[in-house]
Structures are given as structure tokens and as C-alpha cells.
Design a protein around this ligand. Sequence first.
Ligand code: KG4
Ligand code: ZN
Length: 364
Amino acid sequence: MTQAVTVLGIESSCDDTAAAVVRGVPGDMTVLSSVVFGQSELHADFGGVVPEIAARAHAERLDVSVAGALEQAGVSLADIDAIAATCGPGLIGGVVAGVMTAKGLSAATGKPLYGINHLAGHALTPRLSDGIPFSYLMLLVSGGHCQFLLAHGPDDFTRLGGTIDDAPGEAFDKVARLIGLGQPGGPAVEAAARDGDPARFAFPRPLANKPGCDLSFSGLKTAVLRARDDIVAGQAGLTVQDQADLAASFQAAVADSLAGKTRRALAAYLDLAPAQPTLCVAGGVAANMTIRALLETVCAEAHVAFNAPPLALCTDNAAMIAAAAIEQMPYRHPDGMDLSARPRMPLDTKSAAMLGSGKKGAKA
Ligand code: KG4
Ligand code: ZN
């Protein structure tokens, strides 16, 4: 495909209602607009995303999101070449809301409809942000995902490993709650850790000795809980220094775990002799400077380039869904009105299903 196309993308698989317009060709795309309505305040009292509340909020905001994205891009529906929507994996009520919106727009305008795997959206983001050539290695680390993916092509991914229980962002959020910090936990733990001693608590590096690239964060969370309980058993509560030391020691354990498994994933990736070896990261946890610095060091040691798209494209957004459609259009047919929404939807159908699920719902 050499002719640039303009695609409207829709994303509603979790707790962000998003619409975007992207124009271009595979590997060379421009985000004309990207609208994201977060729902954190709606779920704040519940300690996690409530699927029913999320679905209702998506249904209420999808039309304004689409209208906003078109307006900000300065285009009308007539200028759009295709409509793309996340069709899984995710919280089913939200995914249904997005798919139904896309079907309605497609039926009304006659424009082709593309159902996009949310994980493909994340995994193809380095093509949108920086035109990174295939094959690259992707580490997806957020509140709902944790996977190493070899991206060979727009619809050709191999999963090398991932979490067998919690996603790392979920662990950051839970640890923040355990040690009395605010939400979202990632930035709060990172800020507290700046004044902390990462060596005060010897937290585990789960699965470090197990071959392969799988990760686990649930035991680490329990270890932080025990350490906290030991401290509060002997004094009235946690001091600010205790909070900082717990945060720093936990963050060091997450960073070490990710770095260790990244070394293994890089070894498997480099066996393929890629033309321009690159590790790409995506997801909210990739914003963490300690984790990012350690991953950059691991890449430098392996003579592999490190790529981190801007945070607005790393966290959930609809530009990545429109971009994934532009990448995939040359290789696939549009979907029909029988496109279904799927709670689980593995990106790599050749590998066994993943056991882990994030706080934001089961991820395949
Ligand atoms: O990608 P994202 O915005 O949403 C999805 O999970 O899809 O990721 C949000 C997660 C939250 O769990 C948040 O605590 C974590 O990313 N996070 C961080 C940081 N900023 C956000 N974790 C560690 N350090 C950070 N600076
Ligand atoms: Zn996501």
C-alpha cells in the first residue's frame, strides 16, 4: 500500500474511552487527533476498575470522543477511509460498546470496518511513533499487561513470556495502598523511593531461576505486606523513611526482575539476527525512571537500541488502534457486521494461553 489512508480509531477495552484519527502508510503515520477520557475518578472508591461502571461510562462518552477526534483532526466522516475499533481483549461491556459504535458508523457511512486486537495496538506503537522496522522486541508493562513479544510483522507476533499472575502496574498500585501512599500507585511509589534505601529489604525476584521469560509479581506484593506488618508490630505505624525504604526495595525488585527476563528475551531475539536490533517498551510502568534506566543498561550491554514511545502513546489510546489498522490493511480483509467483541484474544495464537490477568480484566 503506497497511498496514505485516514483511519478513525476507537478504544474502550478498559477504563479509557478514546477516539483518534491517524493518517499515513505502514511505518509512516501521523496522529491528526487523539482524544482520551479517563475514568479513574469513577472507580477511585472501589480499589479497581468496576466493569459495569466502565461499560456505562464508555457508552456515554464514545459519541463525544468520536466527534471530538474528528473535529480536532479537522476532518469529517466523509474524509475517513476506514473505521477501526478494539474488539478484544478487555472488559467485555466496554469492548462491546466500542465495537457497536464502530459498526454503526461503518453501516451508516459504508466505510470498511476493522476489528483490532488491543495488544496489537500496543505492540505496533513503535511503528507509529518512530517507524521502527520489524522485527523488534516489545516489552509491554502496564496495569493490565505484562508480556515480551517478538513483533515480526503487523499481524505476526510471538509471545516469549509474560506474567503468570499480576501485571507490574497492578503490583505498584497494591504496594502503594499497603504502605499508605496514594493512587495511581506507580508514580507515588517512584516518588517515595527517591529518598529510600533499595537494600533495606531483601525482597524476592520471583521466577529468577526458572528458565524462560515468564514473570510473577504476586509473591513480591505479599513480601511487602509481611515487611510492613513486621514494622508496624513494633511501632505505631510506618515512618516516612519506612515508606521510602519499602518503596525503594520493592521498585528495585521489580526493576531487577524485568531486567533479568529482558536479558533472556534479548538472547532469543538476537538469535533471529534482526537487521536493526531494538527493544521497545510500552505501558504506564515504562514511565518509571529506575526501570527505564536499568532496561537501557541491559540494551547497551547487548548492543541493542532502546525505544520508548511518548507516554501518551504508551498508555491506552485510540491512535494505536487506528495505526494498527493502517499497518494491517494491506494484509487482511475488513470485518463484517458479525465482528464480535472478545474478553480474551491472544495475540500469539501459536503459544499456550497465558495464566495471568491484570486488575483491569483478563488479558490473553
Ligand atoms: O498503561 P497504563 O496507563 O494503563 C493500563 O494498565 O492499561 O498503565 C497504568 C499503570 C498503573 O498501574 C500505574 O500505577 C503504572 O502504570 N504506572 C507506573 C508509573 N506510572 C504509571 N508504575 C511505575 N512507575 C511509574 N512512574
Ligand atoms: Zn492497554
